[in-house]
Design a protein around this ligand. Structure first.
Ligand code: PEP
Length: 250
């Protein structure tokens, strides 16, 4: 039985005062009966204030990106060990904004995933096709290519208890959500790829859906058998809305 997971990706929003309020709001508002694992991913400078507000509670801390290299002369980068030191347990890797705006290739994403794992973080690996790719009927080919790059570079151990987020690019920040059936179809495909490679391990991998999830559409998405929670962007900037989504996930 997979425990559902809901992660909030705050992206490049807010100041430390907002981060403090938002983290405390989620910490205090999460209903005791919510069984989901809940993670907040603030921008790097807000990790300390969020860590302070979440300390000792059940909401976990994550980052939005990590350097694929070890500590050293890499100006502007943040290492996996630094994230652990800042209190992170999770890190998002391969978000489509990193891939499209900052040129992250499948190879770089794979190296980030492995570095995160080696440091003891749980990477949330984002995959997903663009609108053009979906319309061209290439969704499965794209998702398979992105997943295979990481699977081959990182190997079975790195995927044990792994987290994958299917995020169709056309649904991110657009208000246009995949239907529950579209999400289930790709999630089942991702699980079948993992199963073909590693058998039983696939049943323990949590596959999150991301792309314009709101409290109003979360329940149907989360009811799909291979949807194990969500990666939430815009709606995670409102504590009440985010908590409602978490409560719907399990
Ligand atoms: C995201 O950025 O990962 C995301 C899913 O964003 P939104 O929920 O705003 O579509």
């Amino acid at each position: 039985m997979r425990r559902s997971l809901v992660a909030g990706n705050w992206k490049m929003h807010g100041r430390s005062s907002n981060a403090a309020r938002l983290a405390a709001g989620v910490r205090d508002g999460l209903p005791a009966e919510c069984g989901a694992e809940v993670v907040l991913c603030p921008p790097f400078p807000h990790l300390p204030v969020a860590a302070d507000r979440l300390e000792g509670g059940r909401v976990r801390l994550g980052a939005q990106d990590v350097c694929e290299r070890e500590d050293g002369a890499h100006t502007g980068e943040v290492s996996a060990e630094m994230l652990v030191d800042a209190g992170c347990a999770f890190v998002i890797v391969g978000h489509s904004e990193r891939r499209s705006l900052y040129g992250e290739t499948d190879d770089v994403v794979a190296r980030k995933y492995l570095r995160a794992r080696q440091a003891g973080l749980t990477p949330i690996l984002c995959l997903g096709e663009s609108l053009g790719e979906r319309e061209a009927g290439s969704t499965r080919r794209v998702v398979e290519r992105q997943l295979t790059a990481v699977a081959e570079h990182c190997g079975e151990e790195a995927f044990r208890s792994g987290v994958v987020a299917y995020e169709p690019v056309w649904a991110i920040g657009t208000g246009r959500t995949a239907t529950p059936e579209q999400a289930q179809d790709v999630h089942a495909f991702i699980r079948s790829l993992l199963s073909a490679r590693w058998g039983e391990l696939a049943s323990g991998v949590r596959i999150l859906y991301g792309g314009s999830v709101k409290a109003g559409n979360a329940e149907r998405l989360f009811s799909m058998p291979d949807v194990d929670g969500g990666l939430i962007g815009g709606a995670s900037l409102d504590a009440d809305e985010f908590i409602r989504i978490c409560a719907l996930s399990g």
